[in-house]
Design a protein around this ligand. Structure first.
Ligand SMILES: NC(=O)c1ccc[n+]([C@@H]2O[C@H](COP(=O)([O-])OP(=O)(O)OC[C@H]3O[C@@H](n4cnc5c(N)ncnc54)[C@H](O)[C@@H]3O)[C@@H](O)[C@H]2O)c1
Ligand SMILES: O=P(O)(O)OC[C@H](O)CO
Length: 353
């Protein structure tokens, strides 16, 4: 009987990974379908002279990435990703997307055949053919796993504090979608399952780029109208991007938590916005990576990398002019144009022609 219990593993223990560990660790304790132990992959580092895994396993708190929130004691921190995932039935990937390829490599060919993956990573990657692809496709192609996604308006510290919010699971497999909902849903973290897997995921990746634009507006002291225009044009570009690249989808998916709600929360409360504001305020005196290090204590931005990945795609398809906001944000992040020129790129936006 015990071997039939579903094992849930979590790969990644940053701000969101630790929050998810708090939720999953608690949910499995009260659900007879699941094994009570949740293994958590921790990218090992030394914090105040001690290994982070040891701190988590003794103090039950990720003091670096989610300070002030206790993790359930059945969450066990492990520095070896294969040990975490090899016997799991549900493998939740929640590392900054740029680290996914290297994190997944040790797992190739070593996972349970009927396990499924779940990506909470917001970003894209360049696949072996040189094309820009969804992170869930990396999990599918590299690891041979079915892969669901979870995206939503979920600033980790607020979720960890139990403040009400929503999220969207993207899954075409109904039973896996519902099983995952049992793993994640709480009375304050409410979840809708959508079959529009690609759009759910792309919304999560693209909104980080728009949030950089919102942060630039804040740092340049533009008012609420300008920021609202940037957010709206961002939404239109996100929708156009999905129309161009993920043709079969429902309009309502953009109004799930993964869509408008995540766009709004990230443009007001996210790390991408915060670092972009600081970049605009210092008018190029510091780079975005320098400010990321200075302000985020090891947490990682996803927006600048996603902007570069998207630009790689748009440039290869000669579509940069159709996406002026996404293109301008990439050019500012990469130092090709000054932050003060952001709005000039939007005056003749295709939405206004
Ligand atoms: N934090 C949020 O509010 C939030 C909410 C929803 C989704 N997400 C998404 O979740 C994903 C993970 O973000 P996070 O907030 O949990 O992480 P984070 O940015 O808080 O932390 C960075 C993590 O990366 C790890 N790391 C550093 N170098 C590494 C390496 N070379 N290889 C592997 N890991 C390394 C660190 O140990 C740490 O766990 C991102 O795609 C993010 O967009 C974040
Ligand atoms: O802090 P950010 O900008 O990485 O955004 C966090 C989450 O993605 C919000 O849903």
């Amino acid at each position: 009987m015990a071997s039939e219990l579903k094992k849930v593993a979590i790969v990644g223990s940053g701000n969101w990974g630790s929050t998810i560990a708090k939720i999953v660790g608690s949910n499995v304790l009260s659900n007879p379908k699941f094994d009570k132990q949740v293994k958590l992959y921790v990218y090992e580092e030394i914090v105040d002279g001690k290994k982070l895994t040891e701190i988590i396993n003794t103090q039950h708190e990720n003091v670096k990435y989610l300070p002030g929130h206790k993790l359930p004691e059945n969450v066990v921190a492990i520095p070896d990703v294969l040990e975490v995932a090899h016997d799991a039935d549900v493998i939740i990937f929640v590392v900054p997307h740029q680290f996914m390829p290297n994190t997944c490599k040790p797992l190739i060919g070593k996972l349970k055949k009927d396990a499924f993956g779940v990506s909470l990573c917001k970003g894209f990657y360049i696949n072996p053919k040189g094309d820009v692809d969804l992170i869930s496709n990396m999990v599918r192609n590299l690891l041979g796993l079915e892969c669901l996604v979870v995206m939503g308006a979920n600033i980790a510290s607020e979720v960890a504090s139990g403040q009400f919010c929503e999220a969207t699971i993207g899954s075409r497999n109904k039973s896996h979608g519902l099983l995952l909902k049992e793993v994640l849903q709480t009375d304050y973290f409410r979840i809708v399952v959508s079959e529009d897997v690609e759009v759910v995921e792309a919304c999560g990746a693209l909104k980080n780029i728009v949030a950089i634009g919102a942060g630039f507006c804040d740092g340049l002291n533009f008012g609420d109208n300008t920021k609202a225009a940037v957010i709206r044009l961002g939404l239109m570009e996100v929708m156009k991007f999905c129309d161009r690249f993920y043709q079969k989808h429902e309009h309502r998916t953009f109004f799930e938590s993964c869509g408008v709600a995540d766009l709004v929360t990230t443009c007001y409360g996210g790390r991408n916005r915060r670092v972009a504001e600081a970049y605009a305020r210092c008018l190029g005196q510091k780079t975005i990576p320098e400010l990321e290090t200075e302000l985020l204590n090891g947490q990682k931005l996803q927006g600048p990398e996603a902007a570069q990945e998207v630009n790689h795609l748009l440039r290869s398809k000669n579509m940069e002019n159709d996406f002026p906001l996404l293109t301008a944000i990439h050019r500012i992040c990469s130092g090709e144009q000054p932050v003060t020129s952001l709005i000039d790129n939007l005056r003749n936006h295709p939405e206004h022609l």
